[in-house]
Write a new protein. Sequence first.
Length: 217
Amino acid sequence: MKFFADTADVAELRSLAGTGLMDGVTTNPSLIAKSGRKMSEVIAEICSITDGPVSAEVTATDHETMLKEGRYLRAIAKNVAVKVPLTEAGLRTCKVLSDEGTPVNVTLCFSANQALLAAKAGAAFISPFVGRLDDIGYDGMELIADVVQIYDNYNFRTEVLVASIRHPVHVLQAAKLGAHVGTMPPSVIRAMMKHPLTDKGLEAFLADWAKTGQSIL
Ligand code: G3P
């Protein structure tokens, strides 16, 4: 399972990149706004932090302008994946850009029918938003199960990129379902590392080691 960091905070990204656990990055217009920086500059910097895919989202809503924006974003760096919303214009743009060899991440997916259309449009990634479905009382992971099954049925190459992840249980559930990628705030990846028994056990090991008076080096 690949782990993408869902942030445009370059300080957080540099810190996480040092763990070797970050396989790519996703951004969206809200995350770019939160960074307070010019989009092209922050995307270029993020692309220098990771060799993995960096999703940069168009903001137009019509196909012609989406296409221009997508080609502009793709030109920023070789590892830019262009993000488009799951609308008719977004799917049209996905098809054209994918046919040109540009990886496209189709985002704001909330149904299996939408995911089926994104795969037919040649998407490299589909981003079903599990957290936002959970937030309104739906079962986000049920969508992931449906999408993984449908993609397996037809051997689609589109990768299921689970998005809107809120906590480590979302990651665990997505991994058990066979999703290809999870994109999440760096805090979720760090939360996955933690267990109280690990901390307790390490403390006990080191206390016993200290009693030996030895040092390895
Ligand atoms: O960036 C795409 C997605 O992960 C954002 O989800 O619900 O945390 O805004 P959310």
